[in-house]
Structures are given as structure tokens and as C-alpha cells.
Design a protein around this ligand. Structure first.
Ligand SMILES: Nc1ncnc2c1ncn2[C@@H]1O[C@H](COP(=O)(O)OP(=O)(O)OP(=O)(O)O)[C@@H](O)[C@H]1O
Ligand SMILES: [Mg+2]
Length: 564
């Protein structure tokens, strides 16, 4: 949990040179972003109990009530203004942020596009105050009745932005997004009591407890019935704990494979990949483990100041963290080796169908990032002996009659490329649509390219004159940095472009030079690479080199001993 705001810290304007260092941008685009920001503030205030009320999916009202540190009259008069915060002061503070907020922007952004009312009382003897702001202007600030803590009430969302209102979805869809934002915060902060009320009815009540209890209560049956297993590992400046669900519950999507860093849910693919890597062997190909990864790390080793909504994180020691997550996930497999192969008691009909197709599941392995099941090689990896990794990029194997030296990146890249080419990708709605400008020529091309893009796994929507936004994306494209993705999309059209698009995605998703590859994954990679119709990477480079036993023996003048 993040530390409460120290009492001595008052709200103040950030100096120009500090706020220029902060990732800028609009963070309020739909009700769930309000839920996320208000919850962050309530958590940062050191609350022990937080209630969220939604009306019409948050479209009519979002209200968050906390019992935290509260604000006095002076603080209230500042809190809604741009660049005001109590959480950081200097540029250096950006390197050691322990609170969820630090930009001093959330309430200001909310105040600009809604009616904002805040009632707050500090822990001291003074009265409570009510602040009212509309269209970015303070309407009133007066003493009132109230208990310690803060209630923030946001209504009339986007009343002054009719265009943005058009992009909002039905109340029930918006409510679902708000609920997910609520659960993300609740799972990250199990010591705080959380309640969610929808249109006046209590829908979720989570008493304070341990992480595992919180997850079970929050996700209930989705998480299976077996007791949750917790495993831990650590490295310099950080600890990792992995809470895994019922081993017989796996999912086709990564909805219940979640990562949290210092109390914040992050969408950092490398962490999910690390967990998948660790669980490989226990989860059949094309399925994803159910696991929650919690990382506590010295704030100076991470940077959240990348994206205004702080959904991205950059680690200074990503490879250490990656290894620790793999390690923690592996411990769980080691603790309970048999159950992953017990496929007869899969709970749902879909799972039963899966079980029927995977009776050999005990031997089936999956590569990290492999989004779909792949046919097992004929000998299921037998006959391929992995000898090791050399120069950080070559995997060396002994086969019955030859030595194979595989380029790990190129091989994985081609395997993924083939898979992207044969299957229509499953798309996921973006939490934050990705908006971009286009030229006149690009605009007319993009207007007619909808079907072609959907075939690849990209859904676009017009977002005004000369602007589009990506609204849904196949999961595997999440690895492509936003700017590169947009450049690719701008160039849409034709078979050559489609090839390049898939090749870029495959390249980004593939294991890289320098990545450690465990023996099980290495053998699977080799078996699949040997089955490829074209043994070259999408850019045309060869994937492997082989040396027959005969040619090796010739080198040392030693004939094959047929009697062996
Ligand atoms: N629920 C609350 N309880 C106590 N203080 C609050 C609460 N909500 C907001 N504040 C005060 O108002 C200030 C401004 O809040 P705001 O959310 O705009 O910015 P922030 O949290 O500092 O940074 P960010 O923009 O990253 O969220 C906070 O720094 C905090 O001091
Ligand atoms: Mg905030």
C-alpha cells in the first residue's frame, strides 16, 4: 500500500520546471477513468474504508467516499486547480514517488468536464467544507457538516463536450469498465475495505484481508475452488509474490493473469510473459495461467511517469524482475507437479472439449507468448537433446543424425509469424482508445481499410476530421510501441503491407537475443522450427544451421561406427 500523505504536506502549485517533466495528457475519457483517479486519491489519503457509488454506469454520477486524511479549507481551494498536488515537490521527488498520484492533474481534468463537488474534513478540530466547481470555475466553498475524510461527487460528465459524450457506451458497458477499475484497486490494496454500490444497491463488499482472500472474494468462481497458493522471490531492491488460483482453471485470455507494481495494476507484457514462462509445462498450449503477480520495488528503480494514466511502467532492472517472476511461478509448479496434467475434471463444457483434444496434455508445452495451440511435433520433442545456449542467441541441439544450431529470435519470430498468418486474431477492446492524426491522403485510405485492418486484428474508428482512434487490438500487437503501431496503421494497404505488419508484430513478440531460454522451451522451439515450411525469418535470414554427424566426423577423420 502506498504511504498516506504526510500531514505536513500541503497542496501547492508545482513549479514550471517540475510539471514540464511530467507526462502530460488527458486522462479523463470515460467514467471508469474518474473511478480510477478518485480511488487513487482515496488510497493515497491513507483511508481504511472506501465506498464507490455509480449511477447509470457512472454516466450520471460517480461518488467516492473515504475516511482518509481529508483536506482543510485552503487545501480544498487549491485541489481542483491544474498542477496542484501535495504528493511531490521537486523534480527529485519524481524518482521516489510512493503515492499513486503525483501529477496534480486528475481533479483539474475532472473539474473541466463535469460538475465536481468535494466535501472534506481534515483530522483536526476545524469544520468540514464543501467545494463546488463547474466548467473549471469555483462556484462555492463553504463550511458544512461532515465527518473526517473526503467525499468526491462527479456528475454531469462531459456536459460541455458533446462530441466526447458520443463515444460513451451504454450504462451497462460503462458500468462494467468501472467495476474492473474498482477491482484493480481493491486487489492491489487488500488491507483497505472497499464497497461498490450501483444505482443504490450494494454490489460488492470486500472486507480487509490478505491478498489471496481479496482475490478470491473479488473474482469468486472465476478463480476456482482450490486454496490459493502463494510463492515468493526477491532480488536487489524488490520482492515478488505470485498468488495462483486453482491449477485446473486456465483461461483462453489473460484476464486473470494480472501484474501489480507498488499497488498499481500495470499492463506490462514482459511481466505476464515471465509468469507464462514460469508456468509453461503446467498450462497447455494456447491457455493462460490464472495468477496475480505483486511486485514491491524501490521507487527509484521504476518510472511511472511515462503515460499520463500511469498504466505503463519502466524498470531499471527488468531482467532481474523478470527472472524473479519466472522463479516465483516455477515454485508453484514444483510444489504441485501432478495436477496440471489432470484434465478429466475441467469445470466447464468448453474445458471438457479442450480436455478431449488434449489427452496428451502432460507432455504438451507452450512457448511464452504463444497465443494459440500448436500441433505437437510428431515425436513430441523426443529425439531432440538440448545442449545449451551459446553467445546469448544460439540454441544447440543434438538430433539422432545431426547437430542443429538455432537462432532463438529468428526461429520464434517465424513461428509466430506463421501463426499470425493463419488465424483471425481475437481482439480486445482498448482501455484507452489510441487517437492519432492523419493526412488527407491517409484519411481516405484508412476510411476504406476497415475490413483489411480487422482481418489483422486492428479496429479503427473515426475520431473527427483527420483523426482516427484504435478502439480494439489483437493482444499480440500490444507489444508494438504505440508510435510504431500508428506508423504501421497509417501505411495500410496491400499484401506487402500486411506482410510487413505481421513481421513487425512477430519480431516484437519473439524472444530476443540475450533472453535466457529454459531447456523445455528450447526443445519445443526446436521441434516447431523444424516443422516450418519456410526455415527463414520473415526478413529472409536463415533460422538454423545444421551439421550432419557425417560431416563432423569427416572434419576429424573419424568414420561412423555402424556397430554403435
Ligand atoms: N480523497 C482525498 N483525500 C485527501 N486529499 C485529497 C483527496 N483527493 C485529492 N486530494 C488532494 O488533492 C490533491 C490533488 O489531487 P489530484 O488527483 O488532482 O492530483 P494528485 O493526486 O496529486 O496527482 P494525479 O494527477 O497524478 O492524480 C492531491 O495531491 C491531494 O492532496
Ligand atoms: Mg490523484
Amino acid at each position: 500500500m502506498s504511504d498516506p500523505i504526510p500531514r505536513s504536506r500541503r497542496i501547492h502549485f508545482l513549479r514550471d520546471e517540475v510539471f514540464r517533466k511530467i507526462a502530460a495528457g488527458e486522462v479523463i475519457d470515460r467514467p471508469f477513468s474518474i473511478v480510477r483517479e478518485l480511488l487513487d486519491n482515496a488510497i493515497d489519503a491513507g483511508s481504511s474504508s472506501i465506498d464507490v457509488h455509480l449511477e447509470a454506469g457512472g454516466l450520471s454520477r460517480v461518488r467516492v467516499v473515504d475516511d482518509g486524511a481529508g483536506m482543510d479549507c485552503d487545501d480544498l481551494s487549491l485541489c481542483w486547480q491544474p498542477h496542484t498536488t501535495s504528493k511531490i515537490d521537486s523534480e527529485d521527488d519524481l524518482l521516489r514517488v510512493t503515492s499513486l498520484g503525483f501529477r496534480g492533474e486528475a481533479l483539474a481534468s475532472i473539474a473541466l468536464c463535469s460538475k465536481l463537488e468535494v466535501v472534506s474534513k481534515g483530522q483536526g478540530a476545524g469544520p468540514a467544507y464543501r467545494l463546488e466547481v463547474r466548467e473549471g470555475r469555483q462556484q462555492s466553498l463553504e463550511p458544512c457538516q461532515g465527518r473526517p475524510g473526503t467525499t468526491v461527487d462527479v456528475s454531469e460528465l462531459f456536459f460541455n463536450y458533446p462530441a466526447r459524450r458520443k463515444f460513451l457506451r451504454s450504462a451497462s458497458a460503462e458500468s462494467g469498465l468501472c467495476r474492473s477499475a474498482f477491482l484493480d484497486k481493491a486487489v492491489a490494496h487488500p488491507a483497505i475495505a472497499f464497497r461498490l454500490f450501483i444505482d443504490g444497491a450494494l454490489k460488492i463488499s470486500l472486507p480487509p484481508g490478505a491478498a489471496g482472500q481479496r482475490i478470491s472474494l473479488a473474482y469468486g468462481p472465476l478463480f476456482g475452488t482450490a486454496p490459493l497458493a502463494v510463492s515468493e522471490s526477491s532480488g536487489p531492491g524488490f520482492t515478488v509474490s505470485v498468488v495462483a488460483g486453482d491449477r485446473e482453471v486456465r483461461r483462453r485470455d489473460r484476464r486473470l493473469l494480472q501484474a501489480f507494481v507498488n499497488g498499481r495494476r500495470v499492463f506490462e507484457f514482459a511481466l505476464l510473459q515471465a509468469a507464462e514462462f514460469g508456468f509453461a509445462g503446467a498450462v497447455p498450449g494456447g491457455w493462460h495461467p490464472v495468477a496475480f503477480i505483486f511486485i514491491r520495488i524501490d521507487p527509484s528503480l521504476v518510472d511511472f511517469n511515462i503515460h499520463p494514466a500511469k498504466k505503463e511502467v519502466r524498470f531499471r532492472n527488468l531482467s532481474d524482475v523478470h527472472h524473479a517472476v519466472v522463479e516465483a511461478a516455477r515454485q508453484q509448479i514444483a510444489a504441485e507437479p501432478a495436477s496440471a496434467t489432470t484434465v478429466s475434471s475441467f469445470p466447464s463444457a468448453a474445458s471438457r472439449e479442450h480436455a478431449a483434444r488434449h489427452t496428451h496434455v502432460g507432455r504438451e508445452l507452450t512457448l511464452p507468448l504463444a497465443p494459440d495451440p500448436v500441433p505437437s511435433p510428431p515425436n513430441d520433442g523426443a529425439g531432440i537433446r538440448f545442449l545449451g545456449q551459446v553467445f546469448g542467441v544460439f540454441l544447440v541441439f543434438e538430433l539422432p543424425d545431426r547437430l542443429v544450431i538455432l537462432d532463438q529470435h529468428a526461429a520464434h519470430e517465424r513461428i509466430l509469424f506463421e501463426r499470425l498468418s493463419v488465424r483471425a486474431p481475437e481482439m480486445q477492446e482498448m482501455l484507452f482508445p489510441l487517437c492519432f492524426d492523419v493526412s488527407e491522403e491517409e484519411e481516405s485510405r484508412l476510411e476504406t481499410a476497415g475490413a483489411e485492418l480487422i482481418g489483422l486484428g486492428v479496429e479503427l474508428r473515426k475520431a473527427g476530421a483527420r483523426a482516427f482512434e484504435v478502439t480494439a487490438l489483437a493482444e499480440h500487437f500490444a507489444m508494438i510501441p504505440e508510435e510504431a503501431l500508428i506508423e504501421l496503421i497509417r501505411g495500410v494497404g496491400g499484401a506487402e503491407w500486411q506482410y510487413a505488419f505481421r513481421a513487425t508484430a512477430a519480431c516484437r513478440m519473439a524472444i530476443k537475443e540475450g533472453d535466457r531460454v529454459d531447456p523445455v522451451t528450447a526443445r519445443e522451439l526446436c521441434a516447431q522450427a523444424l516443422e516450418l515450411p519456410v526455415p527463414r525469418c520473415p526478413h529472409g535470414r536463415p533460422i538454423w544451421h545444421q551439421l550432419s554427424e557425417e560431416s563432423l566426423r569427416k572434419l576429424v577423420d573419424r568414420p561412423i561406427d555402424r556397430q554403435r
